[in-house]
Design a protein around this ligand. Structure first.
Ligand SMILES: [Zn+2]
Length: 132
């Protein structure tokens, strides 16, 4: 199984989407792309990050950072309408105890946002320097 190919083609698709956006804002540079990866999307975040970094080098889009936002599996209870994070082994509703709940998310794979370096829009950078 060559799962690398899978992540590489996804990385390519992300780059294509970024390129389209960059063309819309012709005088600015996209500095960061944030991608939402669901737990059920079948995408390995590390492999995607690796493939993306390799791909972006040498393109006109470099330097471009990739941020991966991992989205947990979500289930919805048809009985009490509660949406909750589901674990593979336990998908029962935590509120009413219904065993059969339906998948409500966690299989997504999309671009959450782009950070664009443009002179007119000054975005204050959030200071999150928490080092572990
Ligand atoms: Zn319920």
């Amino acid at each position: 199984m060559d799962s690398r190919m899978h992540e590489l083609s996804i990385a390519n698709a992300i780059l294509d989407a970024v390129r389209i956006e960059a063309q819309k804002h012709s005088c600015s540079h996209v500095t960061k792309v944030c991608v939402r990866v669901g737990a059920l999307s079948g995408v390995e975040p590390e492999a995607l990050s690796f493939g993306f970094t390799a791909l972006v080098l040498g393109t006109d889009l470099a330097p471009l950072a990739l941020e991966i936002e991992q989205v947990p599996r979500r289930q919805r209870c048809p009985n009490c309408d509660l949406t909750f994070e589901g674990a593979e082994e336990d998908l029962a509703c935590p509120r009413c105890g219904r065993i059969e709940t339906e998948l409500a998310g966690g299989d997504e794979l999309n671009i959450a946002y782009l950070e664009i370096d443009s002179p007119e829009s000054e975005v204050p950078s959030p200071k999150s320097n928490h080092e572990t």
